[in-house]
Write a protein that binds this ligand. Structure first.
Ligand code: ATP
Ligand code: MG
Length: 286
């Protein structure tokens, strides 16, 4: 419901003012936005025409009804749906800070990287408890804000989620974080969806980047084929107990890890997806 230029109305009848486009993604355009009914600053994403479908509408309705924001303050999920037959999208609250990816590149102390990883495992746990796969875990979809020595993180971009009672997502995730079973299906063209077990693989890969400052395939990725092979091998190639782990991989050596992290990475990348530990195993020391 565009009621005047740069203003849209949600199904719940909130009037939202849009700013200039912030980012044009594969599925939607993101705008800074203000909910004029409550004064809340947020982000509106309006889907590109080919994604304006009843399946997309059902998916957004599902997310709004799950009220994930109330369940965990580190999750930013849509609060309102925008749908008038022509435009379709959602409004969610705005998270502070820059992408975690950017902060990692600039340099973030280990203590803050550990704080961020613990918060992210709580997020993963919240999703798992509801049988929702985020479907696009990567440091680019985490916004991080520093207050003194404390770092606050928010996971954003729920548009690729998968859940048993919602229509399936259009993508299977980001190439850098795909679990082996998703990778095989992509390469063979057979249908598959992300699930909480493929999310465990992606979360393991993201935590590896946060803690060790390198991707789990780093140093074993000189060609796309080698990268694919490494990611499909079912092993943690940086495991200090493996021979030949000291390559030109960059980042920190895996020897710096304490036992819970060592266990987490050792168990995150197997081919048998059932073996991948829930992310909160890190917090429980399982
Ligand atoms: N809740 C939010 N708070 C603050 N900034 C946000 C929020 N949601 C999105 N953004 C900003 O907008 C950018 C794009 O959003 P998002 O990650 O959801 O979509 P995308 O990855 O560009 O695209 P798509 O999902 O369409 O492929 C983010 O990188 C971030 O800078
Ligand atoms: Mg994104």
């Amino acid at each position: 419901m565009i009621i005047k230029e740069h203003t849209v109305k949600t199904k719940s009848r909130h009037k939202i003012r849009l700013g200039e486009p912030l980012a044009i993604g594969g599925q939607a355009t993101a705008y800074p936005a203000t909910d004029l009914s409550t004064g809340t600053f947020g982000i509106v994403k309006l889907f590109h025409d080919q994604f304006v479908t009843s399946a997309t509408e059902q998916r957004i309705d599902y997310l709004v009804s799950e009220r994930l924001n109330d369940a965990c303050k580190c999750i930013v999920s849509p609060d309102h749906i925008i749908s008038d037959g022509k435009i379709m999208g959602h409004f969610c609250r705005r998270a502070k800070g820059a992408s975690l990816d950017e902060l990692l590149q600039k340099g973030l102390p280990l203590t803050q990287r550990i704080q961020a990883s613990i918060a992210l495992t709580h997020v993963a746990n919240e999703f798992e408890n509801r049988d929702i796969a985020h479907g696009d875990y990567r440091a680019d979809n985490v916004l991080a804000h520093k207050t003194g020595s404390v770092i606050e993180v928010h996971i954003i971009d729920m548009d690729n989620f998968a859940a048993p009672s919602a229509p399936p997502p259009d993508c299977i995730g980001d190439l850098l974080y795909l679990a082996p079973e998703l990778r095989i299906s992509m390469n063979t063209g057979s249908p598959i969806l992300p699930d909480i077990l493929s999310d465990r693989f992606a979360m393991g890969a993201m935590l590896h980047e946060i803690i060790l400052l390198k991707h789990p395939a780093s140093g074993h990725d000189d060609t796309p084929e080698r990268f694919d092979e490494t990611m499909s091998a079912g092993v943690w190639v940086h495991d200090p107990v493996r021979a030949n782990t000291h390559t030109m991989a960059g980042g920190a050596p895996a020897e710096i890890l304490n036992s819970p992290y060592m266990k987490l990475f050792r168990r995150s990348f197997p081919l048998d997806k059932i073996e991948r530990p829930p992310a909160d195993a890190l917090n429980k020391g399982r």
